[in-house]
Design a protein around this ligand. Structure first.
Ligand SMILES: Nc1nc2c(ncn2[C@@H]2O[C@H](COP(=O)(O)OP(=O)(O)O)[C@@H](O)[C@H]2O)c(=O)[nH]1
Ligand SMILES: [Mg+2]
Length: 723
């Protein structure tokens, strides 16, 4: 038996290659491969690939650790070859629980796995058995838990099963009734207990099977695996004859450390989109000269990076020949194409060699969810106090401008939705498909995103979720994360310096229902005014570039806060820390709307006074095309004067009369020491503080005199004592 090839008669792995390919190949391949697929979940490469062709592929990209899965020397050689492997997926131990009908061979299986010998007698239930880390190539120790299937032990059994990383379910090859019990009792029982871990179905006592009744494992297990997709692998073994005993726990451990779930969708029988996206990114990184193919040298670099071993020239030739014969598009004159690269991974997954694909993914920083693992993100570079913010650096912005140009294939200065999808096709998913980013930027008439819109969305993401921004920069190929973002000064500091150091400003938009907040956000995004009203139930963001005087450009983020969410927002002490400027929108034709807006203004002002996160505020009198309510002018003048802020800015979205409102918002944010409203309580508190401070000064002068007096007395007393 050749290394790595599992005899179908004794071990079945469920992955389905022909269908795997359906996901990422265009229809042409699909059609060609379809006749080879079948509803049966158990497939072998031989279905569409002659065995002779398989061999070179299996030799390729072989992690040295998994070099030999053969009956005799599995353990020894795997352990020998595995030196230096980091624990995969961050797991430091694996707990495998063995369950099944009484007398099926559970305890004998465990005992012979641990000792390499068939035990003449075994106790009914073994104590926990530990296989040390050098047992298998992944170098992760295993704890095997034996169980009793007696009714009176069912509570304990349930507890153990719930703590399992994988479950081995045994039946006797000589007792068909125990096999039948897997689907009639054990597998449903696991589901009832909500044990969602991989299951390995193990036929024990292979030596006792009736020679006349030789039926293939595949034909027996296929229907069961079809229903119970949690079965990862089926295997038959004999403790008595020491056949395939180490393999049982090898496959169980492997199912935990190199899980199928994230790579492969059982229901649709396709590679998971995230897996394809990650492999695509890896391909692009490895394609150094960016010619769309991996040359022999690039392949070798890849092999070295992932498996610490170079490839022989003959191996490269062999691999490319296999790919080319099955998939002409998989290889071109420059080397292995992306399609070919994905095809090879499909072969590995199909052969149950998931560890190959996992090794590649992990080498490139992916975790078990096929996202970049958290520790790659330099959190320390942007951890900040609540009144600081995070912005992209010029380096990152230049990089993104380059990306924009690269993907704007028709050069029309706008990215179509398809082009945006292409940009993020190497990320786990497009980060802007959902709130708060979806529909937060200006679109062109054809639904495209201009460069300003593109950079605005990046600024918004960096402001709200810098880790996500960094993560996505990496997916796009940005290398030095430490130069990607910078943290601004605190707002408090800026207020003292009387100027802001920010390029991105966040504006909270307060106001009662129907005041015109959404209309303000919509016109900021260049959308035409709509007369129909629809209430905004959740917070919503709009972001755009605002041209200031003297050619400076700032990014303004408008955050609409629905009236009924304002109270909740202000209940937190730090809620205004992130707010560079607050605006209070009201319907200038409606007195109650004005009243409510001023209440909100006072609430925000006093929140700022109490928490120390004071914010500049502006009042916006919307719907200026309608008649103002009586006394509007007098009322608003009084309030703004009393609070010491600018008079309300009248605007009409319907008439398109914006009165420079966005610029004025940005200007107010740029001067963080101005336009800060003062409440009556705040003012008297300030006066009180002044008073207290002054009297404290007196107190401290008095205290100083007293302390000096005390010290003098002590000196005097000491002298007196010594004399
Ligand atoms: N011939 C043969 N007998 C086995 C094998 N494995 C276990 N047995 C025997 O089957 C009986 C039940 O095994 P045991 O391990 O106690 O089953 P458990 O109740 O599932 O733990 C014992 O008499 C074992 O010696 C095997 O591979 N071949
Ligand atoms: Mg037992």
């Amino acid at each position: 038996m050749r290394d790595g090839v599992i005899l179908p008669v004794v071990c079945v792995n469920k992955n389905v290659p022909a269908l795997v390919l359906r996901y990422f190949n265009k229809a042409r391949f699909t059609d060609r491969l379809r006749p080879l697929s079948s509803p049966n979940p158990i497939h072998h490469l031989t279905l569409y690939c002659a065995p002779g062709l398989v061999a070179p592929v299996l030799g390729f990209w072989k992690p040295p650790s998994a070099s030999s899965i053969s009956d005799q020397n599995l353990r020894g050689s795997m352990a020998r070859n595995s030196a230096g492997n980091a624990s995969p997926g961050g797991k430091t131990s694996v707990r495998i629980v063995v369950a099944g009908d009484r007398g099926t061979g559970k305890s004998s299986l465990i005992c012979s796995a641990a000792t390499d010998r068939f035990p003449a007698t075994v106790p009914p239930v073994l104590p926990p058995t530990r296989l040390p880390e050098d047992f298998y190539p992944d170098r992760v120790p295993i704890t095997i838990i034996d169980t009793s299937s007696r009714v009176e032990d069912s509570v304990k059994l349930g507890e153990e099963l719930r703590r399992a990383d994988a479950v081995v379910l045994t039946y006797g090859c000589d007792q068909p009734a125990t096999l039948e019990r897997l689907s009639s009792f054990w597998l449903p029982e696991l589901r009832r207990l909500e044990v969602n871990v991989p299951v390995i179905a193990v036929g024990c006592k292979l030596d006792l099977r009736d020679e006349l009744q030789q039926i293939s494992l595949e034909s027996v297990m296929a229907p069961i695996m079809q229903i119970f997709r949690e079965i990862e692998t089926c295997i038959e073994c004999s403790a008595y004859k020491q056949i395939q005993i180490p393999e049982v726990f090898y496959y169980a451990q492997k199912a935990v450390l190199h899980p199928t779930g994230p790579l492969f969708d059982q229901e649709s029988q396709t590679l998971k989109p995230r897996c394809v996206r990650a492999l695509k990114r890896i391909f692009i990184i490895c394609d150094r000269d960016k010619d769309g193919a991996l040359s022999d040298a690039e392949l070798n670099e890849f092999q070295l990076k992932c498996f610490n071993a170079p490839l022989q020239q003959s191996e490269i030739v062999g691999v490319k020949r296999v790919v080319q014969e099955k998939l002409p598009e998989g290889v071109n004159e420059r080397g292995l194409t992306l399609t070919g690269f994905l095809f090879l991974h499909a072969l590995f997954i199909e052969k149950g060699r998931l560890e190959t694909t996992w090794t590649v993914l992990r080498k490139f920083g992916y975790d078990n969810d096929i996202k970049l693992s958290e520790d790659l993100i330099p959190y320390s570079s942007f951890k900040h106090s609540p009144d600081q913010s995070v912005e992209l650096t010029n380096e990152a912005i230049d990089f993104l401008k380059g990306i924009f140009e690269l993907f704007d294939s028709d050069g029309d200065g706008a990215l179509r939705p398809q082009e945006i999808d292409d940009i993020f096709s190497t990320a786990p998913e497009s980060p802007w498909d959902e709130a708060p980013y979806k529909d937060a930027a200006e679109k062109t008439a054809l639904g495209g995103l201009s460069l300003d819109g593109f950079l605005s969305l990046w600024a918004l993401m960096t402001l709200l979720d810098p880790a996500r921004s960094l993560e996505n920069l990496v997916y796009l190929g940005y290398v030095d994360l430490l130069t990607a973002v910078h943290v601004t000064k605190t707002r408090r500091h800026n207020r003292k310096k009387q100027q802001s150091d920010r390029n991105v400003f966040q504006c909270f938009v307060f106001g009662p229902k129907r005041a015109g907040k959404s209309a303000l956000l919509n016109s900021f995004l260049g959308r035409p005014f709509a007369d129909t009203y629809s209430s905004t139930s959740d917070e919503r963001f709009a972001v755009n570039v605002v041209d200031q005087s003297m050619g400076t450009r700032r990014i303004l983020v408008l955050r609409e806060i629905p009236e009924d969410k304002a109270r909740n927002l202000l209940s937190s002490k730090e809620s205004l820390a992130a707010c560079d400027i607050a605006i209070f929108v009201h319907d200038s034709s409606d007195e109650p709307s004005w009243k409510r807006a001023t209440e909100l203004l006072v609430e925000v002002a006093s929140h700022g006074e109490v928490t120390g996160f004071e914010v500049p505020c502006l009042i916006i009198a919307a719907k200026d095309d309608l008649d103002p309510f009586p006394m509007a002018i007098q009322d608003s003048t009084r309030v703004s004067q009393d609070m010491g802020i600018e008079a309300p800015i009248p605007i009409s979205m319907r008439l398109g009369d914006f009165n420079n409102v966005y610029r004025r918002i940005v200007s107010a944010a740029e001067h963080p020491h101005l336009s800060i409203p003062e409440t009556e309580i705040g003012r008297s508190r300030k006066q009180y503080h002044k008073l207290v401070n002054r009297s404290l000064m007196f107190v401290s002068v008095g205290a100083a005199v007293a302390i000096v007096g005390l010290a003098a007395y002590r000196v005097y007393a000491a002298r007196k004592n010594s004399s």
